[in-house]
Design a binder for this molecule. Sequence first.
Ligand code: ZN
Length: 496
Amino acid sequence: MDIRHYTVSLSVDPDAKNIKGYTEISLLLLQPANTILLDLIQQMKVEKITLDGKAIAFSHERDLISITSGTSFTAGKHVLKINYAGQPPVAKRAPWEGGFQWEKDSTGNPWIAITCQSEGGKIYFPCKDHPSDEPNEGADLIITVPKGLVVAGPGLLKKVTAQKKHTTYHWKTNYTISNYAILFNVGKYKVVRKEYITVNNNRVPMEFYVLEEHADKAEHLLEIMVGSAHVQEKYFGEYPWVKEKIAIAETPHLGMEHQTMNAYGNKFRYTQVGGKDFDWLLHHEFGHEWWGNKVTNRDWAHMWIQEGICVFGDAMYVRDAEGEEAYLERMRRTARATQNKLPIVQGEEIDAKQTYHPDIYGKGAFFMHTLRYIMGDEIFFPTLKKLATDPQYTYDNTVTTDDVEKLFSSAFGKSLKPVFDLFLRTTNKLDVQIRQTDTETFNIRLANAGMPLPVDISTDKGLERLIVNEKGLEVKSKTLPVVDPKGYYLKKVTFD
Ligand SMILES: [Zn+2]
């Protein structure tokens, strides 16, 4: 089953903390099937389902809607419409443990946010809840809220319809989108706008759905966002959604990478990077427009591609604003924070919760740092940009760790699989063994690299980049050699 399009049409009642409406799903059956399965959390009550306009029997158990045909459904295109209502789960600890947040702003207006990266879109609309199947033709969100409130959503705002007591917002994206980004935020928002000109000279509207009470802070944050956008585009290519918009919505939770409407909840707390205000949360979530939204893991097992490379993009901002030394220091801090309790890639098909641990961020980013050192900037940076821009890795085409490995290996001209395996699929560090063989002679070997690797070695003659393998390399020095002093590898060094 290939999902083509979602329309989610809901009426939102902030007092009753309730939603009610329908979801229409266009899908393609690649072969005839007796049963169609959809994910929808049990506490949503399904009232009716039609298939191609005709009511059809279904069951809804254990968060699964099962629609069965006595004769079997034909291969080809079908349209399912599911009417449902209920109280969606309330977030326990958004954005990490997601759900709905029914908050109020400081003046008492409803302020509603949804997060469901690990829980999936199924917490509030029926969907095929797997990262590998994004709707190829995009999604429509038609959301009705009490009058006076504003709905922020993905894509373009097609229409706002005012009724007596309610307002309906119709948002539409024509791009592929992850189901955990097909959602909306509601608040007493003001929209502050600016125009952004991309690296390829396209004009894209930049919008901030900011709570009215913080509207005076919006312009400065958009300025900061322009700075972030320039750095992301420099390394990863043009902003991915130029036909729609760059936007953020102020949320009661910290933030999330909601495509073309990033959630922003960092409360305008800036740090100084390169002598300028910088918002790490804004920069990071914005980086997910490339890593996560445009380049998407085919399965949660490969989530480090989204988080690790996105965090590497955060370090690129530091590099651009403060130089290589500041970047190296940041990477050394990242190395010290690595936990190494679980591998970053634990298998080929793993659910979101099991995959999610801190090392997919920091150790994933550090792995990019290691690759950069091994490959050299002339090969590494264009290859990374290719991963973010080549059609075979972007939009409709999802990626796995193997895809990334093959791309980098072919650019390098030599298989990098041993390095990918060591740092991503095990918790082992690079095993560097130094043995003194004579008064001023040392043997340095990499016991578990699986391939010869370049290593910086500092001796009495200074710093040299040498190729070291399993057998070892003889180094002459009056002083004890220091291996990898700048910290390009996660390593364990033993002296014998
Ligand atoms: Zn992230």
